[in-house]
Each structure stands twice: as structure tokens, then as C-alpha cells.
Design a protein around this ligand. Sequence first.
Ligand code: PGA
Length: 254
Amino acid sequence: MNKDRKLIIAGNWKMNKTVAEALDLVHGLKLELSNVKEVDIVVCPPYTALCEVSKQILDSNLRLGAQNMSEHNFGAYTGEIAAGMLKEFSVRYVILGHSERRQYQKEDDALIAKKTLAAHAASLKPIVCVGETLAEREGGRTQKVLETQVRGSLHGVSKAQLEETIIAYEPVWAIGTGKTATPDQAQETHAFIRRLLLDMADEVTAKRMRIQYGGSVKPANSRELMSLPDVDGALVGGASLEERSFADIIKNAI
Ligand code: PGA
């Protein structure tokens, strides 16, 4: 598949996998995907497995991501993890503002913008998540909601930092539901986000930025979704927990 931007496919394991299970999965993925050069492959285990997974993928084409981090660098923030701590395990990417964190931890755009800036300051590449709910889509508010989220979550981020930022468009109604956006919906929404980025930065920056699709991505739909002109990868939840399905999502996208 010939794309303008290199595809980036990340597995968001959420709150799943013990260390032993995590090692099992990456061991299999390493073997399955060792020849893949066309896609940036990222695995995002829970914090507790980062250390061991990091050692296991050292000599592979898999890269490590975290699922969240603090906006602060250190201090009295019980239970939080700072960017610098992630760097100790060679973490390169960090998912920020996932809809589950927006919903359950009440994270808002202003907080996500602070985290995005903290990630860049530590040279971590943020994967900033945005997406509308079903009620918002049905009420015709998708573009307004996305514009608020994109502008708010990237507030204060420089053009150079934007280029190193990945956006994950994840319609909330498609996450973990088995419902996927249609190719038309995905392309239209990704193109809308890219136009927003152009307005926030410039054409060169907007053209270089990668926008992932997320929400019930599976082997059967990855080829069609990944072939859309403005879709530059995927953020995969459920189907990333199993070697066969995650490997097939990647292979089908090539
Ligand atoms: P899903 O989750 O692939 O299970 O729908 C996607 C995500 O939450 O990132």
C-alpha cells in the first residue's frame, strides 16, 4: 500500500495482561512481525508490564507506548507516573486523553494539553485521542465537538511539536462495541481534522501529521480503513490483546 505518511498501528491493551501474559504476547508478535518495515508498530501495555516488555522488544521492530502519564514532572501526586519515569523504560509514545480517561477520570482538554506539552518536553510522542459520542454524531455536532477537542487538547503546542504528535480519531460509539465507522465516515472525519490542523499550523505540518483511526478495528476491516487517504494508522483495543488478530491487522494493512 502506497501512502503519503508511514502507517502507525498501536495496540492499547488497557487494563489487561499480567507481566507473564504480556511477555507471551510480545514474544509472539516479535516473531510474527519481524519482517514488517512498512508500519510503525507500537504496543501499549499497562505500566506494570513496561519494564519487562521493554527488555523483550529491545532488538525488535516493536516500539513501546504508555497509556497515560502525569502533566507534572515529579512531586506529591500519589499514584501518578511522570514522563521521565516512562523514559527509563525506553517508552517512545504515550496515549493521552483516551475517551475512557475523559469519561471515568474526567480528563478535560486543558489537562490533556498540559500532558501533551509535558510529553514533548520529555521527547515522548503523544497519541492524542479525540472522538464524538453517538448522541453528538446523531445531533449533528461531530465537527464542533472534534474542533473543540483538537484545538483544546493541542493548545500551546508548537508547529514543530505538532509534527511529532499523533492524533487518534476514535468515535466513542465505535470503541469496544463492534461498530466501526464506515470508510466514508472515517475519511470525511479525518479530512476534517487535517483541515483543522492546517488552520492551526500550516499545510506542510498538517500533511506530515499522522491521524490514526480507532474503534473496533479488526483484521477484516483494517485493509479498507488503512487504505483511506487521510487514515494513517490505527489505535487498536480489543483486537490487540491477541497475537493472531493484532498481527493480521498489521499485515492486512500493508
Ligand atoms: P477497541 O478500542 O479496538 O476495542 O474498539 C479502541 C480503543 O479504545 O483505543
